[in-house]
Design a protein around this ligand. Structure first.
Ligand SMILES: *Cc1c(COP(=O)(O)O)cnc(C)c1O
Length: 379
């Protein structure tokens, strides 16, 4: 009997195994900083962070100050890098909670220096270079960066980083161009005696496909920690170096089962009409739980170990499936939205393809009201 309307089952052991797979492939000279932003891609940032710390992760990356504070308040002592900037009012919080900011604009270095001076402490930061992604990061020339760094007393440049826009696309030269821009800049800074301990550029994809020249002293995998390697968008990549597996299965309870006559319409807009007498099941999860609305009349779930098509529109709290050809489904049974059952499986990449989105968005879209269950608590 399903105990919840909809829930995810998460294996922390699998997350630890995925981390270890990455650890093994990059070798001991490279720090692995798992990305636990967006509540660890919805796997639960606190539990995931404790797990990763317990298997050796010394660094974790989040997007914002609030995410870092939650980890600190829950006993995480690893270094925490706040990657996607901070609002002016949040700067003091960074120091109060021992969070390390990524700075994206040179004037913020002086500001960070002032804050650290006020506290009388040395405050590390990483500087992000916009090497061609055109999002966050400074595009200032080396001379201006040197000037900003030269003026600091308490702020301490600990890392130089950049983010690659098209690392899964092997048909474009954007990655090589970004890497050249970044490396040229790092070399200029090095000539002037600036040697921060960490240079880092690689998210999951450059790790998985073995772009070793992007590994430097630190890598920042997110997706691969949760068991996914992005498919190559274009061109041909070398075979992946790591084997990772999804750590999350998503289930929903069956609220109702009923028979419909031929010609009956199903759900909002009547976009599905039963071509013959059929049996449907109504699931206790909808787009408010994170099932993409674009799966209306398109997606499928696993019921009793068999694929069952989604029919009609996905509603806010309900989704209707065709169970005519499944073994008898009863009220209170559970079905699998993501995961394996009876030897067949659906993963976030498959769901995303059908919904016209990306696996990241499917995982991050799993709503907070979906109950989280840890199937093999590690810590
Ligand atoms: C999210 C993020 C990552 C992790 O990316 P994955 O593709 O999930 O591995 C790494 N670096 C930065 C700057 C990010 O924002």
């Amino acid at each position: 009997m399903a105990a919840f309307r909809s829930w995810v089952e998460i294996s922390l052991k699998q997350i630890a195994a995925n981390y270890q797979a990455i650890r093994d492939v990059v070798g001991p000279g490279v720090e692995v900083m798992p990305v636990v932003k967006a509540d660890a891609y919805r796997h639960g940032a606190i539990e995931v962070s404790h797990t990763l710390a317990s298997v050796g992760a010394r660094w974790l990356a989040v997007s914002n100050v609030e995410e870092g504070v939650i980890l600190r308040e829950n006993g995480i002592t690893a270094r925490i890098l706040v990657m996607a900037d901070f609002l002016p009012d949040e700067r003091a919080g960074l120091l109060d909670y021992n969070l390390t900011p990524v700075i994206h604009a040179l004037p913020d270095i002086a500001e960070w220096d002032r804050l650290a001076a006020k506290k009388g402490i040395s405050a590390p930061y990483h500087l992000k270079i916009d090497s061609g992604m055109g999002r966050l990061g400074t595009r200032a020339p080396a001379s201006e960066i040197l000037e900003a760094i030269g003026a600091e007393n308490h702020a301490k440049l600990e890392g130089l980083m950049t983010h690659l826009a098209s690392s899964a696309n092997y048909a474009t030269s954007q990655t090589e161009e970004q890497m050249r821009t970044f490396e040229t800049l790092c070399a200029r800074l090095a000539q002037s005696g600036v040697h921060p301990p960490f240079l880092h550029l690689a998210s999951s994809t450059p790790v998985a496909y073995g772009r070793r020249d992007a590994w430097k002293r630190m890598v920042r995998p997110g997706h691969a920690i949760y068991g996914y390697i992005s498919p190559v968008a274009k061109g041909t990549a070398p075979a992946p170096l790591i084997q990772v597996r999804p750590a999350l299965a998503w289930k929903a309870a069956v609220l109702a089962v009923k028979d419909l006559p031929a010609g009956a319409l199903v759900g909002y807009g009547g976009i599905y009409r039963a071509p013959q007498p059929m049996r449907i099941a109504v699931l206790a999860a909808g787009y408010a739980d994170g099932i993409p609305h674009r799966l209306s009349n398109k997606g499928r779930v696993i019921a009793k170990g068999q694929f069952a098509p989604i029919i009609g529109a996905v509603s806010m709290d309900l989704t209707t499936i065709d169970v005519t050809n499944c073994s008898p489904v009863e009220v209170g049974d559970s079905v699998t939205l993501l995961g394996s059952e009876g030897g067949i499986s659906i993963d976030a990449q498959q769901m995303a393809r059908v919904a016209g989105t990306i696996s990241y968005s499917v995982l991050c879209g799993i709503h907070a009201r979906v109950k989280r269950i840890y199937v093999d608590p590690l810590v």
